[in-house]
Design a protein around this ligand. Structure first.
Ligand SMILES: [Zn+2]
Length: 407
């Protein structure tokens, strides 16, 4: 959701009115990541547009069912006050006040979901580990188990590690994942599989360039340059093509071919006609009989909100690694498209600013394999920042206080 202090523009208001004309329920997922500002503003926007308008004196414009989901032990909203803060900080402007009020009000009726669904019943060791780690009290055995999932823990042979790295998605707690993506692409390319350097084309006041115009600067999903080659791991970025077919923002795939028009070369700044991407979870109409999950992704053109410029780009980005926040809500395991994740947990200072981060990563996995054979685990670790002390202090903040989010 876009943060904006001013009111809705006429066109956004119209679009929201259409969307909410007959809405009877609103669901907001990942409560722990929603800020007071976003919740407050959402309520204000819904209130003035729901059911054709005219319900400004009713919360959520009179929509009868409003539900917040989420695990408050998980990630907190980036840099802003959220649900738990509403107990102590009720905001210094009307939107924040409204956000805090909505958090408390919607918390009046709460259902606790007690059944773990992600990890199977046979994962007793893992379930015990999660239950203890979630409340900041892992046992010594739990700590040992977690440490054994580190790729340098002597549990894995060189061949094991190769196989794990091949099937894994990397998840980074910090911004280093961009460099990592570039490095992996370098390893992937070769003389016969060159990197195509695809630059954004923008038209601003009838001049064309390869820079992103100011109007789009806030939209940091669009990168000025996309580097890809065949077999590169990518995700759809900045566009929901057809979510029902599995083509949504964040859908993961592998580049199969980059197709240019005959007389157009990437060296002259042209964008390809389309890039063929294999999306293993694609379930729409078949484009290529021999490869039912291959989909041509074209360059798309979007207009800026002020209607003064437009950009054309390929809505893809490299996805060898993702950040924690963009991985939130997904699962990893042998039965999922992402078979396993390799976690770079970031510094423990980072954890202290964002308690629950490591727990959130761990809880994405469906299995940790078996004692003595961890190769089939869905989670692994890299880097030198996973230590015993770290795991035992997962819920401690920078000032040393225990951050127990719920009693
Ligand atoms: Zn513009």
């Amino acid at each position: 959701m876009r943060k904006k202090q001013s009111g809705l523009s006429t066109s956004s208001k119209e679009a929201l009115m259409n969307k909410l004309e007959t809405t009877i329920a609103v669901f907001l997922d990942e409560r722990s990541m929603i800020s007071q500002n976003v919740l407050g503003k959402s309520e204000e926007n819904v209130r003035i547009t729901a059911h054709g308008g005219g319900h400004e004196n009713e919360d959520w414009g009179g929509i009868p069912v409003v539900v917040l989901f989420g695990d408050d032990y998980q990630l907190i909203p980036p840099c802003e006050v959220g649900a738990i803060d509403s107990f102590f900080q009720t905001g210094n402007n009307s939107t924040l006040k409204n956000g805090a009020f909505q958090f408390i009000n919607l918390g009046q009726n709460t259902s606790e979901l007690n059944i773990i669904v992600r990890q199977n019943k046979d994962q007793e060791e893992f379930r015990d580990l999660l239950a203890n780690t979630r409340i900041g009290k892992p046992s010594d055995t739990n700590v040992k188990t977690l440490m054994s999932l580190h790729l340098n823990s002597n549990e894995f042979s060189v061949d094991d590690i190769k196989a794990i790295e091949k099937k894994a998605m990397y998840v980074f707690a910090n911004k280093k994942m961009r460099e990592f993506n570039d490095e992996r692409l370098k390893e992937q390319h070769s003389k016969t599989n060159p990197i195509a350097r695809l630059r954004v084309q923008s038209i601003s006041r009838s001049t064309t360039s390869n820079k992103i115009p100011k109007c789009f600067k806030k939209d940091n999903e669009i990168q000025p340059i996309l580097n890809i080659c065949r077999e590169a791991k990518v995700q759809i970025s900045g566009k929901n093509f057809e979510p029902d077919w599995g083509l949504f923002n964040g859908a993961l795939g592998v580049v199969k071919e980059i197709v240019f028009k005959e007389e157009e070369s990437p060296l002259d700044g042209y964008l390809p006609q389309y890039v063929i991407v294999d999306f293993p979870t694609y379930c729409g109409p078949i484009w290529l009989e021999s490869h039912p999950s291959w989909v041509p992704i074209p360059a798309i053109e979007i207009q800026c909100p002020n209607y003064c410029c437009s950009i054309k780009f390929l809505p893809l980005s490299l996805s060898y690694a993702k950040t924690g926040h963009t991985f939130q809500g997904q699962s990893a395991g042998p039965e999922h498209p992402i078979q396993c994740i390799i976690i770079q947990p970031g510094s423990s200072n980072m954890e202290k600013l964002c308690p629950g981060l490591l727990y959130m990563f761990i809880s994405r996995g469906t299995t940790i394999g078996k004692k003595g054979n961890r190769s089939s685990s869905a989670i692994f670790f890299i880097g030198d920042e996973l230590t015993k002390e770290r795991i035992q202090n997962l819920t401690k903040t920078k000032s040393g206080e225990i951050c127990q989010k719920i009693q």
